[in-house]
Ligand binder design. Sequence first.
Ligand code: AP5
Ligand code: MG
Length: 245
Amino acid sequence: MDTQAYSKISNAALIQELYRRYRCQEEALRKRIVLLGMPGAGKGTHSAKMLARFCMCHLSTGDLLREEVRSGSEFGKKLKGIMERGELIEDEVMCNLIKQQLAKPACANGAILDGFPRTIPQAEKLDQILKQSGQSIDQAIFMNVREQVVVDRLGGRWTHLNSGRTYHYKFNPPKVHGVDDITGEPLVQREDDKEATIRNRLNVYQNKTSPIIDYYRKKGILFEVNAERPVNDIWKDIKTIVKTK
Ligand code: AP5
Ligand code: MG
């Protein structure tokens, strides 16, 4: 047991994770689910709920890349500039990253893919990677929301860096201002949540990512939810979809 690594995690976070693993033993659906939608659609917010409810790993490529940036590595320095401009990282880099992550034991009971794939070549490569182990994407959930809504959401977002948990100062505030509910650690604003970068992220989404919606529609595995409603209403729909065979 790596006690050094565990010592960095708060008791509250550890107990919550133990409880989640115990409870979700009965809920192992063994599905691979892609969450699709514009920046700010609520992919991270609902991934956290899915993680707490079902036995799946949460693969947020944005969180993984931000972790690399925080490590201060040479690779992280290259990523930082691209992400702060709201551009996409190369497909090959992203596909290698997701392949490594999917092979981890935590993903054996299923995976929530949040922020991947983001281009058609990434979607095609993901299918190839999964096929090698006899798997496939079971469902793609498209969180549909208008641009004007996400601009407001991203401008007020606060993030807990270690877990990726997100809050909104108005729509989803933490119990104590500026502090994560579970760990008590400080919340920060993301570098790419500035208005000019948000606009570029939305352009990139329209040009490169939105064609993926049709990619999954043609496969007959696309489920659409209206993501402009309150979080609890959206969550009810997502739970129903995930439990659908
Ligand atoms: P990433 O981290 O994936 O960012 P994103 O797609 O831009 O999405 P966000 O995290 O901004 O939005 P979200 O849908 O998770 O919304 P959230 O739940 O937080 O990627 C960042 C960067 O990494 C990319 O720009 C790119 O450079 C790079 N990258 C990542 N993956 C890549 C890939 N595959 N290929 C290439 N490059 C890649 O919610 C937003 C806010 O709204 C929160 O404050 C939340 O509290 C609030 N909120 C959520 N739902 C509601 C609701 N229903 N009502 C009111 N408020 C709500
Ligand atoms: Mg996110």
